[in-house]
Design a protein around this ligand. Structure first.
Ligand code: SF4
Ligand code: SF4
Length: 181
């Protein structure tokens, strides 16, 4: 793949230039609910992109499994719109002919199913759903999962959204609109 000039292209995209403000503090990766199953957390991904290593950026699953939760964006001390940069990287990857790895599609599916069940994200539920599809990864990450639970970084029980029925109706409506020609 020709990767020359991709950093310049990223910098020209809306919000893309903000990547230059990154101080590599790691707050984003520390806040990211998906970091444990990403090939690189957002901090490292940005370091690779800033260094022009787009082979690594695009061959990783990171931007594809970003759940767009915006946790990183609201916490970044430099005010970088990290989630928007994830979208910009996806667009750039697609323009170069890169498509997500199969596992990344499973993560997206697990996220969607977990969200639809309670109207808010239960990381534990999402992990359960993901590992049912990719059980080998569960064995690799079980000790990390236990540590996160022990430190309260993942909750055993997440209360459903108060107006869960309303939330489900919104999702149904969105699906209807999506299916319209
Ligand atoms: S939180 Fe912001 S400044 Fe810190 S590593 Fe992430 S993107 Fe960079
Ligand atoms: S928006 Fe994406 S990168 Fe940022 S914390 Fe959420 S999942 Fe992680």
């Amino acid at each position: 793949m020709e990767t020359k000039g991709l950093l310049e292209k990223l910098l020209e995209m809306p919000g893309g230039e903000q990547i230059l403000k990154c101080i590599q503090c790691g707050t984003c990766t520390g806040s990211c609910p998906m970091a444990q199953i990403m090939d690189y957390g957002p901090r490292k991904l940005f370091a690779l992109a800033k260094g022009g290593d787009f082979e690594q950026v695009f061959s990783s699953n990171t931007c594809w499994i970003c759940a767009s939760c915006y946790f990183c964006t609201v916490r970044c001390p430099r005010g970088i719109k990290i989630t928007d940069i994830m979208y910009a990287l996806k667009r750039l990857a697609q323009a170069q002919g890169y498509t997500p790895k199969e596992k990344s599609a499973y993560v997206y599916q697990a996220f969607k199913e977990a969200m639809e069940e309670k109207g808010r994200l239960s990381e534990l539920k999402m992990m359960q759903k993901y590992y049912m599809k990719v059980p080998f990864d569960a064995f690799r990450n079980v000790s990390l999962g236990l540590k996160l639970l022990a430190k309260g970084r993942m909750e055993f029980k997440v209360e459903p959204l108060q107006n869960l029925q309303g939330f489900k109706k919104v999702i149904e409506k969105a699906r209807e609109l999506e299916e319209q020609p």
